[in-house]
Design a protein around this ligand. Structure first.
Ligand code: KG4
Ligand code: ZN
Length: 340
């Protein structure tokens, strides 16, 4: 079975072809970051228009690279939500139009399910169930990936997502949008110990997170100081350590809630090397094994949508839905049950 996957939930247009036997055959991506940078964040209308312009060429390229004629495609999967509604509608209308023209079914995919299953794109993938730490620009969640479509949220952020906190703090440090990766590079040159930031929520039981206070801590640390290179790097270091420590400690505690020995990393902040290091330390100490997708499959991509679409289609799901801006992972199982 071969599925083409289309991702347009935010500022990346991405297309991939996935085969249930041969795995990922091709993936193509266009990032809109350069276009949005001038505005300091994603401009939804510009995002939608750009998806319109990019989709068809990317589909042609991905099919050619996968050496797959359109007749060999069994289903067209697309991100139905959550995300920017205009951007989602472009992808949904395009994918459903393609499916209609090709006389193939369209399969609606939950963007976060794509992230959660991304570790399965790699050689030697984890078996289900596993514990996933999903950390992106819009979400920070510890999720029990019990089975396909059965995701239990064990803890989540009460305010900013970790990626959002990275981006906002990067802005304070004068880095261009989206600053997560640039902040991580700056932190690499920072001196440990000059600033001490709080570890939010570690003094409380439960697995929820809170990151909005860290941005304020960075603001306070920078106030009245020269924004020289060393100070910026030291603040970036303290900020990154505080986020990574918090994520790692809550992941450690989640072990007691699920008992899973397999752990998956997912979402854009999954590309953070310091986070990978800390999670690997904790996993070693707990006898658990880590499964991380390569960095390009941590951030938004079409491969995870093609894969999730393929699994969903094989399981008889994903029909009927067009696009939803807000769509909780916990509603997914209910939607599946209703569709059956
Ligand atoms: O998953 P993603 O591509 O998009 C969403 O679905 O949100 O995540 C994007 C987020 C942004 O906030 C970006 O700054 C952050 O991931 N990010 C990073 C790194 N690379 C991307 N944060 C920290 N360190 C990185 N290396
Ligand atoms: Zn994402």
């Amino acid at each position: 079975m071969r599925v083409i996957g289309i991702e347009t939930s935010c500022d990346e247009t991405a297309v991939a072809v996935y085969d249930d036997v041969r795995g990922l055959l091709a993936h193509r991506l266009h990032s809109q970051i350069a276009m949005h940078q001038a505005y300091g964040g994603v401009v939804p209308e510009l995002a939608s228009r750009d998806h319109v312009a990019r989709l068809l060429p990317l589909v042609r390229e991905a099919l050619a690279a996968a050496e797959t004629p359109r007749e060999a495609i069994d289903a067209v999967a697309y991100t139905a939500g959550p995300g920017l509604i205009g951007a989602l509608l472009v992808g949904a209308c395009f994918a459903r139009g393609l499916a209609l023209a090709w006389h193939k079914p369209a399969v609606a995919v939950h963007h976060l399910e794509g992230h959660l299953l991304a570790p399965l794109l790699e050689p030697d993938p984890p078996e289900l169930p596993y514990l996933a730490l999903l950390v992106s620009g819009g979400h920070t969640q510890l999720v029990d990936v019990a089975a396909l479509g059965r995701y239990r949220i064990l803890g989540e952020t009460l305010d900013d997502a970790a990626g959002e906190a990275f981006d906002k703090t990067a802005k304070l440090l004068g880095l261009p949008y989206p600053g997560g990766a640039a902040l991580a590079r700056l932190a690499h040159r920072g001196t440990p110990g000059r600033f001490a930031f709080p570890r939010p929520m570690l003094d409380r039981p439960g697995l929820d997170f809170s990151f909005s206070g860290l941005k304020t801590a960075a603001l306070v640390a920078l106030r009245g100081r020269d924004l020289d290179e060393d100070t910026r790097a030291d603040v970036a270091y303290a900020f990154q350590e505080a986020v990574v420590d918090t994520l790692a400690e809550k992941t450690r505690r989640a072990r007691a809630r699920t008992g899973h020995r397999r752990r998956g990393g997912a979402g854009g902040v999954g590309a953070n090397l310091r986070r990978r290091e800390r999670l690997a330390q904790i996993a070693r100490a707990q006898g658990a094994r880590l499964y991380f997708p390569r960095p390009e499959f941590c951030t938004d991509n079409g491969a995870m949508i093609a894969l999730a679409g393929c699994l969903r289609f094989a399981a008889g799901g994903g029909a009927g839905l067009a696009a939803r801006a807000h769509w909780g992972l916990d509603e997914l199982a209910l939607a599946d049950d209703a569709a059956r």
